[in-house]
Design a binder for this molecule. Structure first.
Ligand code: AMP
Ligand code: ZN
Ligand code: FE
Ligand code: FE
Length: 299
């Protein structure tokens, strides 16, 4: 039988992607995927719309979220939640808190950009983030929106340059935002009924022994899975992460981290280098989730 594929990491206009949840499901279906997870940063706002469109298209849909956790390393610890309940009160509280943290950080970034001569305004950034977002929904403003404003103003010629010069860690307008710890992120996802997995472990930006130490710590803290396939991973990276997944009994997962035009080199379901995730990975993740449901009373 022909191999079928899924994509378990993607973003919509509910955070910093450029396709609406509906358009994203349509793109997945057109691209021949049989299943997709929507994993917007800090919010489940797009999940109902995406779920309804996926149902209409006959796509398997996994409601998800991505939380940036605080950890004292050079890189990023991003925890994905899969199979979360978008209405879970703990998730809504968390979203509100993280939105406040963004709203405290973003004006600082804009002020610094103005100081160094980039004339962009919070209103311009908000308008970019608000594009195609229903009026009754709060917008989640991320650095890719600020990058687009910089591009529009002619301050940079690519989004990549916006991150390298200004917005990325080490950039002249970088400010961290308040975040949950990895343990809090995992607990929040568990309390919303989901499975917690570590996204793009290469973005930890530490060497392999240190990567292993962090993954072992996260496994102790309740992590359920590890992202093996991702736009940033080489085949060698994926092999190494698969070994760690086996060692710490973590479910393997994978996805493109599609953001639409905000990361134009990443294709839905294929990442940068035709990274493909077989549907069996979703079957396995779902079985793990069901087993967990049985093992733990759902609040
Ligand atoms: P924020 O949630 O506002 O901190 O922004 C996070 C978003 O910025 C995610 O989509 C990241 O993938 C993206 N991002 C972070 N660093 C970079 C970078 N150096 N180049 C491109 N995108 C980045
Ligand atoms: Zn993003
Ligand atoms: Fe991420
Ligand atoms: Fe992501």
């Amino acid at each position: 039988m022909e191999q079928k594929y899924v994509d378990l990491h993607s973003h919509s206009t509910a955070s910093d992607g450029t396709l609406t949840p509906t358009q994203l499901m349509q793109a997945a279906s057109r691209g021949g995927l049989v299943g997709i997870a929507l994993t917007d940063h800090d919010t489940g706002n797009g999940l109902k719309e995406a779920g309804a469109e996926a149902r209409r298209l006959g796509l398997r849909f996994v409601p998800g979220v991505e939380i940036s956790a605080d950890y004292d390393i050079p890189g990023a610890v991003h925890i994905l939640g899969h199979f979360i309940d978008p209405d879970a009160p703990g998730l809504l509280d968390m979203s509100r808190l993280l939105l406040e943290a963004r709203n405290a950080r973003n004006p600082r970034i804009i002020a610094r950009l103005n100081e160094v001569g980039c004339r962009i305004t919070m209103e311009q950034v908000e308008a970019i983030a608000r594009e195609n977002v229903p009026a009754d929904q709060p917008v989640v403003i991320g650095r890719p929106h600020i990058a687009r404003a910089l591009l529009n103003a002619g301050c940079v010629s690519t989004i990549k340059q916006a991150f390298n010069v200004y917005l990325g860690e080490g950039g002249s307008a970088y400010f961290p935002k308040e975040r949950l710890t990895p343990r809090q992120s995992i607990e929040c996802i568990h309390n919303a009924g989901g499975l917690a997995t570590l996204a793009h472990p290469t973005q930890l930006k530490v060497d392999r022994p240190h990567t292993q130490t962090i993954i072992s710590f996260l496994a102790e803290a309740g992590l359920d899975g590890l992202e093996i396939w991702h736009a940033d991973h080489t085949p060698k990276d994926s092999e190494f992460f698969m070994e760690l997944a086996r060692r710490y009994d973590l479910a393997p997962t994978g996805g493109s981290d599609f953001h639409g035009h905000n990361k134009a080199d990443i294709a839905l379901g294929r990442g940068r280098n035709n990274v493909r995730v077989p549907v069996e990975i979703l079957d396995n993740l779902e079985a793990r989730w069901r087993a967990r449901q049985g093992a733990r009373p759902v609040a």
